[in-house]
Design a binder for this molecule. Structure first.
Ligand code: ATP
Ligand code: MG
Length: 137
């Protein structure tokens, strides 16, 4: 069954949105198969976002991502990679539809509260980066 990596970023945790965000995935019918709370190092943040290393905002992005606890999760279900991105909404919360997580709960792109893998390859890579095989049920 398909799996994706989802992270509630430090701003989402700090704002008390953990259960709000998790319940949206749970109510949809996706299954939680791994979870941990951790403060990523800056080095780890750079690994997680390595695809964006040439972008002007990369350094700030990695600083923010490593600024506090993150809820790292793996969710499972048919179509979970693509539909998870749909639940999350567009990268820029100003462009996210109401009803999506970012549309309902965020305002600016640098504080968009949640991360989701953008395709099957990145889902596989990100799950392997964040979790050992035995940490998944
Ligand atoms: P994520 O990977 O976090 O799920 P995404 O896939 O929607 O987000 P990406 O293009 O992968 O978007 O960008 C990663 C993150 O970098 C975004 O979630 C956002 O926090 C930040 N970001 C993207 N574009 C900008 C920008 N123009 N200015 C500042 N931060 C940005
Ligand atoms: Mg992305």
């Amino acid at each position: 069954l398909e799996r994706t990596f989802i992270a509630i970023k430090p701003d989402g945790v700090q704002r008390g949105l953990i259960s709000e965000i998790m319940s949206r995935f749970e109510r949809k019918g996706f299954k939680l198969v791994a979870i941990k709370i951790t403060v990523p190092s800056k080095d780890f943040a750079q690994k997680h976002y390595h695809d964006l290393k040439t972008r002007a905002f990369f350094d700030v992005l990695c600083d923010v991502f490593s600024s506090g606890p993150v809820i790292a999760m793996v969710w499972e279900g048919e179509g979970v990679i693509k539909y998870g991105r749909k639940l999350i909404g567009a990268t820029d919360p100003q462009k996210s539809e109401p009803g999506t997580i970012r549309g309902d709960l965020a305002v600016v792109v640098g504080r968009n509260i949640i991360h989701g893998s953008d395709g099957p390859e990145t889902a596989k890579d990100e799950i392997n980066l964040w979790f050992k095989p035995e940490e998944l049920v």
